[in-house]
Design a protein around this ligand. Structure first.
Ligand code: TRP
Length: 332
């Protein structure tokens, strides 16, 4: 039997994921789980690189797991776990720190952005974020890492660190490849369609959060910017607002862009925006219900996490032990 490739991804625990995260990450994972051996982590160790409210972090950790499950990620097929439950992440991160240069970390785009946004707290963890991410990925001998473009540089540096280590010692880590989502599924802000829809946007009215109820979703779509003219046509250059709405409609209904255009031929912007809002709400409502149902069953969720941590640890510790041996750590 051919061995399946290994896929690794993670999301930081947060309550304000958007439909962009759903489409760009979690929904893709539900398809990928059939073709790869998947590890999906909840990256709480990355989360504390910016200040967190402890009670919220605890809560969002569970609600993130409930979301993964509500979206159809199957704990029988995939390993889902919390990063801090597998100590090997912190341990490998320490070793990899000694194969990473301060200069390369200072040049990372996300580090520079976050340092500007959190000028009062430019801590070592923020700078070390990519090395921890490299440890995440390399511990599992990962083949592919599905990520958004904002994480491209982090996957690149993981490859560099792995290659550096392999060259100094002998092949130890598999060199991972980034897997970018298909084009066309990029979702932009409803009020500023030139920008990617982001959970940290200044104006929440341009963003559909996964927790938004139906009324909120419809209200936000009604206010979405459209473009001059009245035609509902896909043309990202001339009609960025309408094109973004068509993309969202197409993603949430499974129709092609051409079919989406046909649905609205001769219709006005008002009807169009309402229909897009309804398509989105129709998909979000059942996910929200299932997430709430799961959150009420804490012992089930903890069981998933316990089994996930055990399975993840087994693989991770195998890699860590190889690393320790190669670098000369005395092992008992
Ligand atoms: N840094 C990623 C993000 O913010 C989350 C993450 C942590 C991750 N570790 C990872 C993604 C390993 C892929 C692989 O989106």
């Amino acid at each position: 039997m051919e061995e399946r490739k290994i896929l690794y991804s993670a999301i930081q625990p947060t309550n304000n994921l958007t439909i962009g995260n759903l489409i760009g990450a979690i929904k893709n994972w539900t398809n990928l789980q059939n073709d790869y051996d998947c590890y999906f982590a909840i990256a709480n160790m990355h989360a504390i690189t910016v200040r967190q409210v402890p009670a919220d972090l605890r809560q969002t950790t569970l609600s993130m797991l409930a979301l993964y499950l509500a979206c159809g990620i199957d704990p029988e097929k995939c390993v889902m776990y919390v990063q801090s439950h597998v100590p090997a992440h912190a341990e490998l991160c320490w070793v990899l720190n000694t194969f990473t240069y301060v200069g390369e970390m200072e040049r990372m785009t996300q580090f520079k952005d976050k340092s500007a946004r959190h000028a009062e707290n430019i801590n070592m963890g923020l700078m070390d974020y990519p090395v921890l991410m490299a440890a995440d990925i390399l511990l599992y001998q990962t083949d592919v890492v599905p990520v958004g473009l904002d994480q491209r540089q982090h996957v690149e540096i993981s490859r560099d660190i792995a290659q550096r280590f392999n060259n100094i010692y002998s092949p130890t880590f598999k060199i991972p490849e980034a897997l970018y989502m298909k084009v066309g599924a990029k979702i932009n802000d409803l009020l500023d369609p030139s920008k990617k829809m982001s959970k940290s946007a200044e104006n929440p009215n341009g963003v559909i959060y996964l927790s938004d109820d139906k009324d909120t979703v419809i209200r936000k779509f009604k206010r979405a910017v459209t473009d001059s003219g009245s035609e509902i046509k896909y043309d990202p250059e001339a009609k960025p607002g309408v094109s973004n709405l068509l993309t969202i409609y197409s993603v949430f209904t499974g129709k092609t862009i051409a079919e989406a255009e046909a649905d609205f031929a001769g219709k006005g912007y008002g009807d169009f925006k309402l229909a897009v809002g309804e398509a989105v709400a129709d998909k979000l409502t059942p996910i929200q219900k299932e997430q709430a149902r799961l959150l009420a069953d804490k012992s089930y969720l903890e069981g998933v996490l316990r089994s996930g941590a055990e399975r993840a640890s087994r693989t991770a510790n195998r890699t860590l032990s190889k690393v320790y041996k190669k670098i000369g750590f005395y092992q008992l």
